[in-house]
Design a protein around this ligand. Structure first.
Ligand code: HEM
Length: 338
């Protein structure tokens, strides 16, 4: 079950389309089911806590604390608790503790696990308890949103991704975050040029004035850090620039590259939906939000909305280095402000 939770948990970081809501539901129901299993398990091992503690008991209590803290942070976040511990919100703690639990369970399984026996799975009693836990988790999940709404908790108003609304339709007001710690110097808009090259008939170099057009797109930036903000973005549709440069028949993906080296790549078939934004609402994009140009990628999580774009490259396939670039860009001299 922890394996399922870890897999669906990591998957949530890359899911942002409303059609992905089922994956979040699987994670939530699975997490609530672990809470049910914990009660079932505790009923069996509880007496050990009352006897003098062996080493095993201490390890068991530590494991219980870890599972309990992953469950508590997940449920508290989904219920709308607005708590910061050591400067990080509950969702960040949930990711970190969930990852620690996954590693601990994997190591334990490799070192200690006994093969499953038939009687672990078969039997009327096992079936009834497992069915009860699954049904309980599902019903709790079904009721969670309406009950939160009824009690006036923020949790009833969260998006399907678990994110909470922040400063929609108010220009640059919404929070600015960077994954991991990109912090470039402001780019000079007068000398700025966007390069478009790679598998194109004619590479182009475009000044800002030719990007600052009135193509508009209403889209929701949904950050894996736990907030979302709906905005009306203005700039130029990526497809316009592609038409000018003429993609070669072998071009399949567009790589969007930041001044810091941070980059993400998109299938050309999805590129029609992408906008290169120079303005948010009625305001020019602020530096923190990626001025002079950032990507608007509806249905993708915020970390894929590349900021401070300087280059677009057309390639024949996806970019295997994109994920790594999101970490090392914070260590390039441009990423650190040079
Ligand atoms: C390791 C990576 C993980 C990530 C990225 C992750 C991500 C998330 C997210 C985004 C939510 C909010 C969903 C929503 O509000 O509907 C959530 C909720 C939750 N997660 Fe995780 N999770 C991870 C691991 C785990 C693990 C290992 C467990 C269980 C042991 C777990 C149990 C839960 C629970 C119980 C909830 C609240 C469900 C609810 O109240 O409806 N998560 N998680």
């Amino acid at each position: 079950m922890v394996g399922l939770l870890a897999a669906t948990g990591v998957w949530t970081l890359f899911a942002g389309e409303p059609s992905d809501a089922w994956g979040f539901a699987v994670h939530d129901v699975g997490g609530l089911a672990i809470a049910g299993v914990l009660v079932w398990k505790l009923r069996r091992v509880w007496p050990r806590l009352l006897r003098p503690w062996e080493r095993r008991t201490t390890a068991g209590v530590a494991a219980l604390a870890l599972v309990g803290s992953v469950l508590a942070t997940g449920i508290a976040w989904s219920s709308g608790a607005k708590l910061f511990v050591g400067g990080y919100n509950l969702l960040a703690w949930h990711f970190a503790l969930g990852a620690a639990l996954t590693v601990a369970v994997a190591v334990h399984a490799i070192v200690r696990a006994k093969p499953l026996r038939r009687r672990d799975l078969a039997g009327r009693r096992q079936m009834l308890v497992a069915g009860g836990v699954a049904a309980g988790a599902y019903v709790t999940w079904l009721l969670q949103r309406p009950v939160s709404g009824w009690l006036g908790l923020r949790g009833g108003r969260r998006r399907f991704t678990g994110s909470y609304e922040a400063a929609s339709y108010s220009g640059n007001e919404f929070p600015s975050t960077s994954w991991v710690a990109d912090s470039p110097r402001p780019l000079d808009s007068k000398s700025y040029r966007l390069e478009l090259g790679g598998l194109v008939a004619e590479p182009i170099s475009v000044p800002l004035a030719e990007l600052d057009l009135s193509d508009a797109l209403e889209a929701t930036l949904d950050c894996t850090g736990g907030f979302y903000s709906r905005q009306r973005w203005h700039g130029v549709r990526l497809s316009r620039l592609l038409e000018r440069a003429g993609p070669l028949p072998s071009a399949g993906h567009v790589r969007v590259v930041s001044y810091t080296g941070y980059r993400w790549s998109f299938d050309l078939r999805d590129a029609r939906r992408l906008l290169l934004a120079t303005r948010v609402g009625d305001e020019p994009l602020s530096h923190d939000h990626g001025a002079p140009v950032r990507l608007v990628a509806p249905g993708r999580r915020g970390f894929q909305w590349v900021k401070w774009i300087v280059r677009l490259e057309l390639h024949d396939g996806p970019d295997p280095g994109a994920l790594a670039s999101t970490v090392w860009s914070s260590f390039t001299s441009e990423g650190r402000g040079a």
